[in-house]
Write a protein that binds this ligand. Structure first.
Ligand SMILES: Nc1ncnc2c1ncn2[C@@H]1O[C@H](COP(=O)(O)OP(=O)(O)OP(=O)(O)O)[C@@H](O)[C@H]1O
Ligand SMILES: O=C(O)[C@H](O)CO
Length: 523
């Protein structure tokens, strides 16, 4: 991400206005209004998990008594408060914490992506920057989300601060996605290069984030509860912004303040699964063998309070509220949308067809088989929290426009060398699928965006589509299938209608995976 750090103008913030249902004459205008509403809904979604609002929801400070409240726990501040942080969203989180804690904060160290301060400055996002004479020292590193020497220096400074604390101190730990690469402290004799190579290989062979971070924890001094251990006997409060489906605290940034429950056997299984066990460097074998016979066992974290302060679910709940205020019947379908982007696109297209049939008068409705197909596709995607039946029941006979929301992180198997991201590719695939069927008198819009504001290595956060996309593209000489075959969704959207379907937010300063917004509105 860091190499491409660039900020684009923020979305124009116009007040959200309900749609006025009109006849066919108003169709084009209402199509544009729908797009504008989707953009603004996306902005509200992200707005709910921006560092400032999140920190203020999680922390409160009584200036008279010096009591810091975190959820239902209170901590007495008396020149004993320290801060560390690591992750892509931590600069803004630290700025908000600094603002809130004022003089109570004694000292801090954070590890954030290379170039992020310049990017935020360039964007005029003062609220994401620390004060000029801040007590928080900033390290920038982990270019391209890989642990490097700069990140290692940051990790060592963080460890040093933690190890210097006493039983009277309180350590506030700010954690967000990208934290694993920004806090590398390999256990000797494992070197940074060896750890980097192993994690790169695992990722390239398809290991998921749970598997990847299990290995990272086993080879790290600070992950898997190591940071909490270093800070002992100080009390530790971790404020965590989740970028992992289901918000597992032990996985996010490899859980530096959460005791690891994994055994060496778990690690060996993972390494076996990806054909890496035989070729392990001697140092890695040594560290794993040592862990097996460690008489101290895993780190204990009884002195830690871990709190998830922001997540995809929280962001989508806000989107649901906003959509309802606009007159939509709104529902969150899932916050765990994962799986291959092709299957996810098919799911959305079939969902549109099934929900559309519920919303429109009898006509080219769906068959019972299509309902069944939708459930089958949903089962194949294995979405643990999917509210499909509930959503279909809620929209049956609704008579009002419907907004279905989902979040997560589908995966793209890269085959071509084009330019794109998973959100733009998903939107393009949904658009192409939607064009294949007649949908009846209904307006449909689908938007997919990365809440961090950067979709893959592109300058856009995502894109939005309508069923007319493929036919309109043809009139411009653009063949959707060809762009998809080359994973070239960004080039497509940059050309199509002069880039009007791209979602540009600039870096948002937060990251709770992707958000999907689906509008269906009877004409
Ligand atoms: N040409 C492309 N078309 C579609 N997807 C792409 C393309 N190039 C990269 N990607 C996808 O982009 C993702 C990497 O981008 P990004 O840095 O936004 O992801 P990330 O590190 O998972 O970020 P985050 O979780 O912080 O949003 C990968 O999922 C990759 O498959
Ligand atoms: O840093 C990491 O490990 C990933 O972003 C998941 O939190």
């Amino acid at each position: 991400m860091a190499a491409a750090l660039q900020i684009l103008p923020r979305l124009a913030r116009a007040p959200l206005r309900p749609l006025f249902l009109g006849g066919p004459v108003a169709r084009l205008a209402s199509g544009m209004a729908l797009a504008e509403q989707a953009r603004q809904l996306f902005e509200s979604t992200v707005g709910a998990v921006l560092p400032g609002p999140m920190l203020h929801r999680a922390l409160s400070l009584d200036l008279d008594s010096g009591q810091l409240k975190v959820r239902d726990r209170s901590f007495q501040l008396r020149q004993n408060l320290y801060l560390v942080g690591f992750g892509k969203a931590v600069l803004g989180m630290a700025a908000a914490a600094e603002e809130l804690l004022g003089q109570h904060l004694v000292q801090g160290v954070i590890s954030v992506p290379k170039g992020i301060r310049a990017a935020m400055e360039h964007a005029g996002k003062q609220e994401m920057l620390l004060k000029p004479h801040s007590r928080i020292q900033v390290f920038e590193g982990a270019e391209d989300n890989l642990p490097d020497r700069d990140a290692l220096r940051a990790a060592l400074a963080i460890r040093q601060l933690a190890e210097g604390l006493t039983a009277d101190d309180l350590l506030l730990v700010l954690i967000s996605g990208g934290g694993s690469a920004l806090l590398p402290a390999p256990i000797p004799p494992v070197t940074l290069e060896e750890k980097q190579t192993l994690t790169k290989l695992l990722a390239a062979r398809g290991a998921n984030i749970q598997e990847l971070n299990t290995i990272r924890k086993a080879l790290s001094q600070l992950k898997g509860g190591g940071l909490a251990q270093a800070a002992y006997p100080a009390q530790v409060v971790s404020l965590i912004l989740s970028d992992v489906v289901g918000d597992p605290m032990e996985v996010i940034a490899s859980g530096p303040t959460v005791a690891s429950v994994h055994s060496v056997q778990d690690c060996l299984h993972i390494l076996n699964r990806y054909g890496l066990r035989a070729a392990l460097p001697r140092s890695v074998k040594t560290v794993l063998a040592r862990a097996d016979s460690d008489p101290h066992g895993p780190h204990s974290c009884g002195h830690v309070l871990n709190v998830i302060i922001g997540s995809n679910a929280l962001a989508l709940a806000e989107a649901q509220r906003q959509a309802e205020a606009l007159g939509y019947r709104a529902m969150v379908l899932s916050t765990a949308m994962q799986g291959d982007v092709k299957s996810v696109a098919q799911f959305y297209a079939l969902l549109v067809r099934v929900v559309g049939a519920h919303l429109t008068p009898p006509g080219p409705g769906t068959s019972v088989e299509e309902d069944e197909q939708l459930y089958e596709l949903a089962a194949k995607l294995q979405l643990p929290d999917l509210q499909l039946k509930e959503a279909l029941e809620a929209v049956a006979g609704a008579g009002s426009p419907v907004c279905l929301l989902a979040g997560g992180e589908p995966t793209v198997q890269l085959q071509g060398s084009g330019k794109g991201g998973r959100n733009q590719e998903l939107a393009l695939r949904v658009g192409a699928e939607l064009g294949q069927w007649p949908l009846g008198p209904i307006d449909v819009l689908f938007l997919s965006g990365g809440t961090d504001g950067q979709d893959g290595p592109t300058e856009a956060a995502g894109a939005w589509v309508m069923p007319e996309l493929a036919s309109q593209a043809t009139t411009e000489g653009l063949d959707v299938a060809t762009f998809l075959a080359h994973n070239d969704s960004h080039t497509f959207f940059s050309r199509f209608q002069g880039g009007a379907h791209l979602l540009h937010t600039g870096l948002t300063g937060t990251n709770v995976m992707d958000a999907h917004i689906l509008f269906l509105r009877p004409q």
